[in-house]
Design a protein around this ligand. Structure first.
Ligand SMILES: [Fe+2]
Ligand SMILES: [Fe+2]
Ligand SMILES: [Fe+2]
Ligand SMILES: [Fe+2]
Length: 409
């Protein structure tokens, strides 16, 4: 195995992906984590065997809503959801995204139905009653639970949330889902554990340990598919970055191979390249698209993204090897970069490679407020900045290896 595939790398990667879905201006909402943990506890309560598919559906239920300008929890009313095409389509979109990962096939139906209402007023298909699976019924009410919590900034009592949810019984929720939720939350202890991010993570880890994967599922090919989905999710926040993460992964791979690095390092370059901007999801579109000069505060938010990327991916023990590359991809060879102002060879080699791959893609793809450069222009710019912004050896190698990109494109 090129990347250390401990048994739980796959679970940790999916958990990190769910966290990225909930980044909001350098704040983590933990919506996906909380919906998954609560759904798990409800399934435990009724003695449900084999929770895996429902667990992962709950964890990724809103993956189809990633391109929204703000998080979907800020749109709680059904009429508003039905009037917004992006929201209306997010269960279908989410189901489509998840079906790209072979071992998550069993989760697709639950994601598709997580906004169906017991009385048939939900979407996308207006299913009702027992047409809706228990898993989708549970995710529905766990989702509403957290939306209420988020919209009250966590300052709401357990009894008050239950009162609000009870009003939806027979309409949005099945009586059974509500009874089960009430049974799970009958003590304040569980409620408080769900509210605190550390205890929430403990619940998730304990539940994940019960989810079983066959060796055929927990393998590198499946891991690669999730990394590719992850890369798409990162890019989906900002329309003009479509394909950026994957391209940086490919360019970094080509440079690393041309430099003669070991296969394990080349693989790390590919994964780190695809995930380097994970923390950028937290940067509001308004800041990235701002035509005017950025304020100090806005710059601070942008400059925090490599640190945030490393923090999010730091939860994946089996991928610890890519963290230095991710954390330092905006350092400059002359020490004027960020976040740590490392100089020259102090900067991890893979980070120096990704810096060049990243800049090359930014130059050659279409971005607002920046002219797209031709291949020779981009090469020229890389060379002119060798020794100041970039490692000259990496630039030299890139000039040779990325030539093939031009030929292939
Ligand atoms: Fe949703
Ligand atoms: Fe949700
Ligand atoms: Fe970046
Ligand atoms: Fe980037």
């Amino acid at each position: 195995m090129l990347i250390q595939t401990r048994d739980n790398t796959f679970q940790e990667l999916l958990r990190a992906l769910a966290l990225v879905l909930d980044l909001e201006e350098n704040r983590k909402l933990y919506h996906a984590w909380r919906v998954a943990a609560l759904t798990d506890l409800m399934l435990d309560n009724i003695g449900w065997k084999d929770k895996r598919d429902i667990h992962y559906a709950a964890l990724l239920h809103d993956i189809g809503a990633i391109g929204l300008s703000d998080h979907i929890v800020h749109h709680p009313s059904l009429s508003e959801q039905l009037a917004n095409p992006h929201i209306l389509n997010h269960p279908v979109m989410g189901a489509r995204i998840i079906s790209a990962v072979p071992c998550l096939k069993g989760a697709v139906g639950y994601v598709l139905d997580h906004h169906e209402w017991w009385n048939g007023n939900g979407y996308p298909h207006g299913k009702q009653g027992e047409q809706i699976s228990i898993g989708a019924q549970f995710i529905r009410i766990a989702d509403s639970f957290d939306v209420i919590l988020q919209n009250n900034q966590g300052q709401i009592s357990r009894a008050e949330i239950l009162r609000k949810l009870q009003k939806g019984v027979g309409k949005e929720f099945s009586p059974f889902a509500y009874q089960t939720l009430e049974a799970v939350l009958h003590t304040t202890d569980t409620y408080e554990r769900l509210l605190n991010s550390e205890t929430l993570l403990e619940i998730l880890k304990a539940e994940e340990a019960l989810c079983k994967w066959t060796p055929g599922e927990n393998n590198e090919a499946n891991l690669d598919t999730v990394v590719a989905v992850f890369a798409k999710v990162i890019d989906a926040k900002h329309a003009y970055t479509a394909g950026h993460s994957l391209r940086v992964g490919h360019y970094a791979t080509q440079i690393a191979a041309q430099m003669g690095l070991a296969n394990s390092e080349i693989k790390k370059a590919f994964i780190a390249g695809q995930l380097h901007d994970a923390g950028k999801v937290a940067v509001p579109v308004a800041i990235l698209d701002k035509p005017a000069r950025l304020t100090m505060d806005e710059l601070k938010i942008i400059k925090n993204h490599p640190v945030l990327s490393a923090e999010i991916l730091g939860g994946i023990a089996g991928m610890a090897g890519i963290l230095p590359a991710v954390a330092h991809h905006h350092e400059r060879y002359d020490g004027k970069g960020y976040p740590a102002q490392l100089t020259g060879e102090e900067i991890p080699l893979l980070a120096r490679i990704i810096a060049v791959a990243d800049a090359f893609d930014a130059m050659t793809s279409t971005r607002p407020y920046q002219a797209t450069r031709s291949f020779p222009e981009a090469m020229d710019l890389l060379k002119r900045n060798a020794g100041t912004q970039f490692d000259p050896v990496v630039v030299e190698t890139a000039v040779q290896s990325l030539r093939e990109v031009e030929v292939n494109s």
